[in-house]
Design a protein around this ligand. Structure first.
Ligand code: A3P
Length: 271
């Protein structure tokens, strides 16, 4: 318990729990953990540590249950959580709107081809045997993309976004570039702080680039005062994928990416 809360308790004031006012809704393997851990450097952000999955798995437990998954907050602090499956689940936008139509929604997006490979790498790491990526991505050894395969379906961002836009205005969504979150975390986090209406306090001083890992890491954070990177499951090396297969997937995603750039008004520059 932090000294701030201890003082409040001594004064007989108990900090309360609030429903989140902002959600990181996706995308899986986009860099959602990095974003959340970086945002937690902000004294006015309080976030649930693990993925809550309220709107997709635990909705029937009700808002009281949900609120109790949130950390205690002081007045003025922003409560948030991240569950990356929200972005792709059809039932979620309506439910979030029902909780609070003013909810701020953050989506970290990344080149859908790299995202699919990252997703595959994660599944493979938990299995003894796994077919090659190329075998799963195309229909029985053909060149036809298997759009029903989960890791590929998630990357059709325009389709998922169109569904959210039936329930929320574009101005309530913020799109974070997963690539820029690695290349320039401070700039990307500045956009998020602005979006949340918070002072820009997260700066270069919080980060260092760990060249062994090849990713930005934190000098210190809420819970730890020594330098540290995200865990071993974040920033894994990917298996080699046949370049022709990668090219076919790029061709497949191109029109969907264009549509996504059009909808968001942002060009993410994916190859
Ligand atoms: P890879 O492990 O495939 O490289 P998520 O947290 O949404 O599951 O996303 C995981 C991805 O976050 C990683 O995918 C990695 O590329 C990306 N990432 C972004 N910033 C990172 C950082 N500072 N440290 C480690 N991984 C980071």
């Amino acid at each position: 318990v932090s000294p701030k809360y201890q003082i409040l308790r001594q004064q007989g004031l108990r900090p309360g729990r609030q429903l989140p006012v902002a959600l990181i809704i996706g995308v899986k393997k986009g860099g959602t953990r990095a974003l959340l851990e970086f945002l937690r450097l902000h004294p006015d952000i309080r976030a649930a540590g693990s993925e809550v999955h309220f709107f997709d798995r635990h909705y029937s437990k009700g808002f009281h249950w949900y609120r109790h998954r949130m950390p205690p907050t002081l007045e003025g602090q922003v409560t948030m959580e991240k569950t990356p499956s929200y972005f792709i689940r059809e039932e979620v936008p309506r439910r979030v709107q029902h909780m609070n139509p003013g909810t701020k929604l953050i989506v970290v997006v990344r080149d859908p081809v790299t995202r699919a490979i990252s997703d595959y790498t994660q599944v493979k790491s938990k299995r003894v045997k796994m077919p090659r990526f190329e075998e799963l991505a195309f229909l029985n050894d053909s060149q036809v993309v298997d759009t029903s395969w989960g890791p590929l379906k998630i990357g059709v961002y325009a389709k998922h976004l169109e569904h959210w836009l039936l329930y929320f205005p574009l101005s309530q969504l913020l799109f974070v570039s997963g690539e820029r979150l690695i290349a320039d975390p401070v700039a990307e986090i500045a956009r998020v702080q602005d979006f949340l209406g918070l002072k820009r306090v997260i700066s270069e001083k919080h980060f260092y680039f760990n060249s062994t890992k090849g990713f930005p890491c934190l000098l210190k954070s809420e819970g730890r005062s020594s330098p540290h990177c995200l865990g071993k499951t974040k920033g894994r090396s990917h298996p080699h994928i046949d370049p022709a297969a990668v090219q076919r997937l790029r061709d497949f995603y191109r029109p969907f990416n264009q549509r996504f750039y059009q909808l968001t008004g942002m060009n993410f520059g994916w190859p």
